[in-house]
Design a protein around this ligand. Structure first.
Ligand SMILES: Nc1nc2c(ncn2[C@@H]2O[C@H](COP(=O)(O)OP(=O)(O)OP(=O)(O)O)[C@@H](O)[C@H]2O)c(=O)[nH]1
Ligand SMILES: [Mg+2]
Length: 302
């Protein structure tokens, strides 16, 4: 680094409707999976910090839950959590889905961004799904949503144009310190990452109301003989009938979820893992303040 190229750093909020690809973009930028993703809306439930560092800059990305009209207290928490980063970052990336029509959700979010104190990038994602000639029309359509510092089309899934997005970001980041050591990638504790991996496998294996009715809590984690890591987790559902679906006939569904999660966790720890899953019922937990707090969704901490 020379005196002519000062170190740049800052906080970047990733916001947008559910399912537009915020978490996929975060993982692509970091080159590793720290946020779970799925084709179901409302996958992310909490702010997740991912730190991108080079020898010239450090960008601390905050992935957030998709902003939507909440139907229960968990949804209220999620939307609030997303909106809380809006006034609290150096730059906002407002992600939209290039293949979607502009509806009330986009209009609501873009209104919230009017008068934003920080620059807002409109990041048009999923361009891999467009025919090339469609792109200009899509950009024009989305530009009408507001006044953006930059408009950058990307494909988070394939990485197309993500380098350009990062180069552009660097121009906007203020001069600043290294906030975290160069090798820090996320603020999420191991137990949260494991619980999220289990939840992702449930999201992928189930449909309809099940994905949203689930919470996962790690109750035990210890290293045992021969380096084996023993992990016990409780999976919470909201109704008795959902318990049966998660467990499946002869326990087949739970086994499938368990072995997919175990494989991924083994990859992280580079050692053998024993994963013990239990399914429990907590009636209506998504509308219960105490339970929400126990599961880590505390409005006071936003
Ligand atoms: N084809 C394509 N699919 C993408 C792209 N980016 C994300 N997706 C898919 O879109 C779906 C949603 O991605 P997520 O990253 O979970 O979306 P999100 O915005 O974090 O969603 P919430 O956490 O629910 O708010 C997943 O199935 C992704 O694989 C992309 O660039 N191209
Ligand atoms: Mg997400």
């Amino acid at each position: 680094m020379t005196a002519a190229t000062p170190f740049k750093s800052g906080f970047v909020g990733l916001i947008g409707r559910p399912n537009v690809g915020k978490s996929t973009l975060l993982n692509q930028v970091l080159g590793q999976k720290i946020a779970i993703t799925s084709n179901k809306p409302q996958t992310t439930r909490n702010k997740i910090q991912g730190i991108y560092s080079t020898d010239e800059m450090q960008a601390i990305f905050l992935d957030t839950p998709g902003i939507h009209k909440p139907k229960h207290k968990l949804g209220q928490y999620m939307s609030l959590s997303a909106q809380s980063v809006m006034g609290d970052v150096d730059i906002l990336f407002y992600l939209v889905d290039a293949t979607a029509e502009i509806g009330g959700g986009e209009k609501y979010i873009s209104q919230q961004l009017v008068g934003s104190k920080c620059p807002v990038f409109l990041v048009i994602n999923k361009i891999d799904l467009l025919e090339k000639p469609q792109l200009l029309a899509v950009i024009d359509k989305y530009k009408e949503l507001g006044d953006f510092a930059e408009v950058v089309p990307v494909a988070a899934k394939t990485g197309e144009n993500v380098e350009v997005l990062l180069e552009t970001l660097k121009k906007y980041l203020p001069e600043g310190p290294l906030y975290y050591p160069l090798d820090t990638v996320t603020d999420q504790p191991e137990q949260v990452i494991i619980a999220e991996i289990i939840r992702e496998k449930i999201l992928q294996a189930t449909t309809e109301e099940i994905p949203h009715a689930i919470a996962v809590n790690i109750t035990e984690m210890e290293e045992r003989e021969n380096g084996l890591i023993y992990i016990a987790a409780d999976i919470y559902v909201e109704r008795e009938s959902q318990k049966g679906i998660i467990i499946g006939k002869k326990g087949v569904m739970l086994q499938k979820i368990g072995s997919a999660a175990r494989l991924e966790v083994e990859g992280i720890f580079a050692s053998k893992v024993f994963l013990a899953l239990r399914v429990k019922m907590k009636k209506g937990w998504r509308n219960n303040d105490t339970m929400l707090k126990n599961f880590g969704f505390d409005k006071k901490e936003l």
